[in-house]
Ligand binder design. Structure first.
Ligand code: ADP
Length: 151
């Protein structure tokens, strides 16, 4: 049986930190679906979702094991629909851990077979966060060093 993992997140924007988690995840899984959680009404994105889909596709164009999708439902439901029994997530620090711990418990409660798998950030990407990139970009700062594609 194919091991399929979802890599769920907002990816606003998708960063080199995210790319690193996906590429390392490929050593564990046969297929990784980068899943952009999207709630049309509620949350406002900084980078348009269509732009992020195309940039992620461009980043992994030579890798058929990696795909990108959007979803607007419970992550556990979306995983089930896609035959994914694993959620891939990255951990940078204890704040990430506290947050990830609670969502992982809830997700497994919702879908018992779903295991969350955490990869510890690579030191060189540890300080990259989507929120800081949005902040820098909003003041016209250059964020290209943090992204695996050209905006
Ligand atoms: P969310 O909105 O669900 O927090 P994000 O798009 O911010 O989603 O992040 C998706 C996942 O990637 C999370 O597990 C997050 O901890 C992880 N992540 C974000 N940045 C990094 C990084 N620089 N190194 C490793 N993991 C990261």
């Amino acid at each position: 049986m194919k091991k399929i993992a979802l890599f769920p997140g907002s990816f606003d924007p998708f960063t080199k930190g995210h790319e690193d988690i996906v590429l390392r995840g490929l050593r564990l899984f046969d297929e990784i679906i980068i899943s952009i959680g999207y709630n049309s009404g509620k949350t406002k994105r900084y980078f348009p979702i269509e732009l992020m889909i195309s940039k992620i596709q461009e980043t992994f164009k030579n890798n058929s094991q990696i795909s990108v999708q959007t979803y607007a439902e419970l992550t556990a439901e979306f995983a089930k629909k896609n035959g994914a029994k694993f959620l891939l997530r990255g951990l940078r620090n204890t704040t990430d851990f506290e947050y990830e711990n609670s969502i992982a418990q809830v997700n497994r409660h919702l879908y018992t077979e779903l295991e969350s798998v955490f990869l510890i950030t690579s030191p060189k990407f540890a300080s990259i966060s989507s929120s800081i990139i949005r902040e820098v970009h909003s003041y016209n700062g250059n964020v290209s060093d943090f992204l695996p594609y050209r905006l």
